[in-house]
Design a protein around this ligand. Structure first.
Ligand code: UT7
Length: 335
């Protein structure tokens, strides 16, 4: 497999963790607020339940809890973390929530910052961290996906409110001189189609003094063209995965697990079909949590590692996709 030679510093996967809030919102609950049904939601999306952050839970709390578990599995002293990257589109602090997590962890030697790339965020963050490690800049990194979309869902829009939930996942990766388990990645953005999925700032115009105008306001609610996002995902995700595995010179039959951003079970099935990857290799926990944006991939990896589906040395191909529009894929071995 290409990418296994160690001309550059290798990367190994040392731990994972996740956190979901206790509050559960079922399809039956949603059918009490909009005109829908459990049957419709299940058939069209595969989702039955999602978790909703309570008043005392937010992105940094969830990200911190997930990171603690990843750190425990990696068995690292907290002072040894060099880098914390938080993928989120719903930070508690627009100036960055990663520093809050760094402070909660007491990871005083780590630099910490946020990345915003919606549902592609976790894979974008993982790829970013991989570059710091492979260049020799940092040795140990915690990569987190944490999102609280419930705060921005339009709970009157049945076309979108059925999809989203809250949660977090984290992965611990480190530099390795003798082994490389991170084989490659692909990333794409198409801002031309960005209006299919937005969470815009609702700025209102005003003036500070005469002749000096300004805008101020809060973020509005998620606005989505579901059909277009669906078509985009089913068309682009197989292509970006095919390109990655072709460059890495592997065949799809060598892949142990296909880990896709958990958006809609029909998207997962369609992508698997186009890639000729058997259904039994497509991991899914969408039924329980819905779409938790940047959190879906690390949350799914963590659950699958802990329930012993994903084992050491298993080959994983992952893809995040969503607002931007943006999409990505990464190929790695667990462990
Ligand atoms: O991270 C990326 C985030 N976004 C996504 O992943 C979105 C991807 N898109 C999707 O998952 C799907 O497009 C949805 C689940 C959002 C919608 O499913 P669909 O099969 O594309 O439905 P549709 O929009 O084509 O609507 C079909 C019908 C419409 O009624 P008419 O016009 O045929 O009478 C809708 O009004 O279903 C209606 N509908 C609903 N009915 C019951 C739309 N939402 C609902 C609902 N319950 N919740």
């Amino acid at each position: 497999m290409k990418g296994t030679n160690l001309n550059q510093i290798g990367i190994t996967f040392k731990g994972c963790g996740s956190f979901v809030p206790n509050q559960n919102l079922s399809n039956e609950d949603i059918s009490r607020i909009v005109n829908t049904s459990d049957d419709w939601i299940k058939t069209r999306t595969g989702i039955s339940n999602r978790r909703i952050a309570s008043f005392d839970e937010n992105v940094s709390h969830m990200g911190y809890q997930a990171s603690l578990k990843a750190l425990e599995m990696a068995d690292w002293p907290v002072e040894s973390i060099d880098l914390i990257i938080l993928a989120t589109s719903t930070p508690d602090d627009l100036f960055g929530s990663a520093p809050v997590i760094q402070s909660k962890l007491k990871a005083k030697n780590a630099v910490a910052f946020d990345i915003t790339a919606a549902c592609s965020g976790f894979i974008f963050a993982l790829i970013t961290a991989s570059q710091y490690i492979q260049s020799g800049s940092y040795k140990r990194a915690i990569v987190i996906g944490s999102d609280q979309l419930s705060s921005y869902v339009n709970w009157k829009d049945r076309g979108s409110c059925i999809l989203f939930g809250d949660g977090a996942g984290a992965i611990a990766i480190e530099a390795n001189q003798d082994c490389n388990n991170f084989y490659g990645f692909q990333m794409k953005t198409d801002g031309e189609r960005g209006n299919f999925l937005n969470l815009l700032n609702e700025n209102k115009e005003g003036s500070i003094v005469d002749n000096v105008n300004f805008r101020q306001g809060n973020f509005s609610k998620i606005s989505m063209n579901g059909q277009e996002v669906y078509k985009f995902a089913v068309r682009e995700v197989p292509l970006i995965i095919k390109k990655l595995i072709q460059i890495a010179e592997i065949s799809s039959s060598e892949i142990d697990w296909l880990i896709l951003h958990q958006a809609n079970q029909r998207i997962l099935d369609a992508v698997g079909e186009r890639l000729k990857i058997d259904k039994s290799k497509i991991l899914s926990n969408l039924k329980n949590y819905g779409n938790t944006s940047a959190a879906t991939i690390p949350l799914l990896i963590d659950e699958s590692v802990r329930n012993k589906k994903i084992k050491t040395n298993d080959l994983l191909v992952t893809s995040g996709f969503g607002a931007g529009l943006s999409w990505s894929s990464a190929l790695f071995r667990w462990g």
